[in-house]
Design a protein around this ligand. Structure first.
Ligand SMILES: [Fe+2]
Length: 371
């Protein structure tokens, strides 16, 4: 009965629903026995939501004869309850259910699972709503009474389509990941070439990234993605220096006004170099562009102030200053952690975000220091 193109991923779907907030009274924290048993079966598992007992019985019987397993419920609330506990391969639901309607059920499902095939059954007077439900994420709508053969055909084609879409999305995601990896490897080579030309800034980027990340981890509510963007942004914060002439970058003695303006451009060059990351890590570009902005608005390149400055850039401002103080320089030996603490405390509210200075105070003893 089932073609070779249909694949099932019941365990993945179960995990999605396990974390859904759908106000069910009972929820199992771990996969129930039925789900574990179900992983081993080849039969697609259908959730049938139909309040008309005759129609429900007819479909349940017919689908069973065609090789499906069917769980039949009479209302949307019971459907949500079953979805929270079990992994289904498709939902077939009546639109005109008592209490919560089929289209509302669909919306709740789509909030947590965009790929579960959903077939809507509808009476003649509900066609506009059914059409709308397809726009809202239903795979098909079928007029009632629908024959078993029609329902089966639409379930299978919806499952097949979903499998192909998921595979395509996975392929694109993998291609994106490979591209980002290749890009970052190339950028690492740029950072290395920048730092090997100057023994005093060797490993500076790595240390700034380490410090900024340690501080960021102390902040409440940081997501994995935010932490990743801060780490990459801090690591690549000075990448734009690759565009500054070495005669300026390595000049012995103070820079004149024109040279100084040239150096400031490294923030803009850096954001430009990192353009290929903007699709997946948009914050990285912003962090690199604004890593020299000051809390009081007197920084560069845009002179933005306070929380307008990306969080990652505000962290880099502190981490960069700390590492500069705690590293050896051609004109002086490295100073101590407490020297850095003094400078950063004094700059709270002018150069540095005063809200982040206590975070620095809490963590700085663990930061690398040459002394
Ligand atoms: Fe910089």
């Amino acid at each position: 009965m089932f073609g070779g193109t249909v694949e099932f991923h019941p365990t993945q779907r179960h995990i999605l629903w396990g974390s859904a907030d759908i106000n069910t009274s009972k929820r199992s924290p771990s996969p129930p026995l039925r789900t574990l048993i179900q992983v081993k079966t080849e039969k697609p598992y259908i959730l049938l939501v139909e309040d008309d007992p005759d129609q429900s019985q007819l479909l349940e019987l017919g689908l069973g004869q065609q090789g499906f397993r069917v769980a039949a419920v009479r209302d949307a609330r019971s459907a949500l309850h079953r979805l929270a506990l079990e992994a289904f391969d498709a939902v077939v639901s009546d639109l005109g259910l008592p209490g919560m309607r089929g289209d509302e059920l669909l919306r709740l499902i789509r909030n947590v699972d965009q790929s579960l095939p959903f077939i809507m059954l509808t009476g003649e007077n509900n066609v506009p709503t059914a059409v709308q439900s397809v726009r809202d994420g239903a795979d098909e709508y079928l007029m009632k009474p629908a024959s078993v053969a029609t329902v089966v055909q639409h379930i299978l084609s919806a499952m097949d389509r979903r499998v192909r879409t998921n595979a395509e999305e996975r392929r694109l995601r993998d291609a994106d990941k490979a591209q980002i990896k290749a890009f970052l490897t190339g950028v690492q080579a740029l950072v290395n070439s920048l730092e090997t030309k100057d023994q005093y800034t060797r490993d500076h980027s790595k240390k700034v990234a380490q410090i900024a990340l340690m501080m960021a981890k102390e902040l409440p509510g940081m997501s994995k993605d935010q932490l990743r963007e801060i780490r990459i942004g801090a690591w690549l914060h000075d990448i734009g220096k690759i565009g500054i002439p070495l005669t300026i970058l390595h000049k012995n003695g103070p820079l004149d006004a024109e040279e100084w303006e040239e150096v400031k451009k490294h923030t803009i060059y850096g954001a430009r170099i990192l353009e290929p990351l903007s699709k997946h890590y948009p914050e990285v570009q912003r962090i690199v562009r604004h890593e020299h902005e000051r809390w009081d608005g007197k920084g560069y390149p845009d002179g933005i102030a306070g929380t307008e400055i990306p969080l990652g850039a505000r962290l880099i401002m502190i981490a960069d200053t700390y590492d500069a103080i705690c590293s050896n320089r051609p004109y002086r030996a490295a100073l101590t952690r407490d020297d850095a603490l003094k400078v950063i405390r004094e700059g709270a509210g002018t150069q540095f975000d005063p809200g982040l200075v206590p975070v620095f105070e809490k963590t700085y003893q663990e930061f690398p220091c040459a002394t």
